[in-house]
Ligand binder design. Structure first.
Ligand code: DOR
Ligand code: ZN
Ligand code: ZN
Length: 425
């Protein structure tokens, strides 16, 4: 029996960026028709003229399960994602244990099957236990469904290890997603090595800590033909070397996180660890260059780096608290308010960077666009009502956000995955 659902009175983006009114017909979880006045023949949802986007895709998230369930679980993380309008998310392997072999990846998939409310496409690790030494079996992990490979949380310190990893992924056509950080350049820092670190008397992490790895890896990608994806780009030098690499035809893509687009070191309130993340918030010039990089296509997409930690863990001061902030439940409203509401970006630019662009980078098929034949992964958003971010209302276990109290527009009110409601305000 065919399950039919009609989403009536939706406003969607047309290919040229205009907003048009339409109905969307969904058959067995797949979009089958987009037209006005589709006749009713099944279940009905009235969107009431709300904006409907393709569900957001987040290619960089931390769900903590297994091993870090006190911070987040696949259930709470995926529910927070649904509340933020995300319908596909890609968790990083810095869990305990690390999904670095078949059995562990199988266990992760089983947990996902049991408790996820959105689509989850995990990464496999590049090296065993993400220690940066011995490569995992990429073919085995690919066959089980890995979306790519990464040791996110730490950089791959040895060029030779990255070189071999790239030779291997080039054979199986999956990307390496790199957390770029040279351990010898962290220098004991906890925030960016700039004005604010000086002012607060804190040790800083210089931008070269990141950019030196990106420059190295780009040359390795050129030498091996691998698809190299740069995680959470944070500095202007990084943007420049990625731009040069793209010009040279090297297969490199990149993501930027909402916090690096919106905040700088100058926003850091002394000792507030909700401004501590890795890579750190950098200078005003860095932020402007990230925005321009995104606008110019040097940076391909936006990814949150949702990194939940408990309040207790985050209460240990700037040096001893863990790096990271949550992102699912604030990403769209913060970016919409800051960039679209102000006229800097079009709605289509922002939506594309959170849907079809990440889908293209990771070759995720049939998602990221409202189109006949695509999955009915949809997000209904109220663009017109302003509400304050309230961290205590987060579904995520993590309340570690610098955006608490921000007045934002663009709140998701309903999220559908394969035509099924997974979040409703
Ligand atoms: O801020 C961060 N948090 N950066 C990372 O690289 C890791 C992440 C985490 O796992 O908490
Ligand atoms: Zn990282
Ligand atoms: Zn991360």
């Amino acid at each position: 029996m065919k399950e039919i659902l009609i989403l009536k009175n939706a406003k969607i983006l047309s290919d040229n960026g205009d907003i048009v009114s339409t109905d969307i017909k969904i058959e067995n979880g797949i979009i089958s028709e987009i037209a006005s006045g589709i006749s009713y023949e099944g279940e009905l949802i009235d969107a009431g003229g709300l904006f409907v986007s393709a569900g957001f895709i987040d290619v960089h998230v931390h769900l903590r399960e297994p091993g870090g369930e006190h911070k987040e679980t696949i259930k709470t993380g995926s529910m927070a994602a649904a509340k933020g309008g995300f319908t596909t998310i890609c968790p990083m392997p810095n869990t305990k244990p690390v999904p670095d072999r078949g059995e562990r990846f199988d266990d992760l998939l089983l947990r996902i099957k049991e408790s996820a409310v959105v689509k989850i496409r995990p990464y496999g690790a590049i090296t065993e236990d993400s220690k940066g030494e011995k490569l995992t079996n990429f073919k085995v992990l690919k066959d089980k469904g890995a979306v790519g490979f990464t040791d996110d949380g730490v950089g791959i310190q040895q060029a030779g290890v990255m070189y071999k990893a790239m030779q291997e992924v080039a054979k199986i056509q999956l990307p390496i997603a790199a957390h770029c950080e040279d351990n010898s350049l962290i220098l004991g820092g906890c925030i960016h090595d700039g004005k604010k670190a000086q002012e607060l008397g804190l040790k800083g992490i210089p931008s070269v800590c990141e950019s030196v790895h990106i420059a190295r890896d780009i040359l390795l990608a050129e030498a091996t033909g691998a698809h190299y994806h740069v995680c959470h780009v944070s500095s202007k030098e990084s943007v420049r070397v990625i731009a040069d690499a793209k010009k040279a035809g090297i297969n490199v893509t990149a993501e930027v996180s909402p916090h690096h687009l919106v905040l700088t070191e100058e926003d850091i309130i002394s000792s507030d660890t909700n401004y501590k993340m890795n890579p750190p918030l950098r200078s005003k010039e860095d932020r402007l260059s990230l925005i321009k990089g995104l606008e110019d296509g040097v940076i391909d997409c936006i990814a949150t780096d949702h990194a939940p930690h408990t309040e207790e863990e985050k209460s240990k001061g700037m040096y001893d608290s863990p790096f990271g902030i949550v992102g699912f439940e604030t990403a769209f409203p913060v970016l919409y308010t800051k960039f679209v509401k102000t006229g800097k970006w079009t709605l289509k630019q922002l939506v594309d960077w959170m849907t079809i662009k990440p889908a293209a980078v990771f070759k995720l098929s049939n998602i990221g666009k409202i189109k006949a034949g695509y999955c009915a992964d949809l997000t209904l958003i109220n663009l017109d009502i302003a509400e304050k971010v309230d961290k205590n209302a987060f579904v995520s276990k993590g309340k570690n956000t610098p955006f608490d109290g921000w007045l934002c527009y663009g709140w998701p009110v309903m999220t559908l995955v394969n035509g099924k409601i997974v979040y409703k305000k």
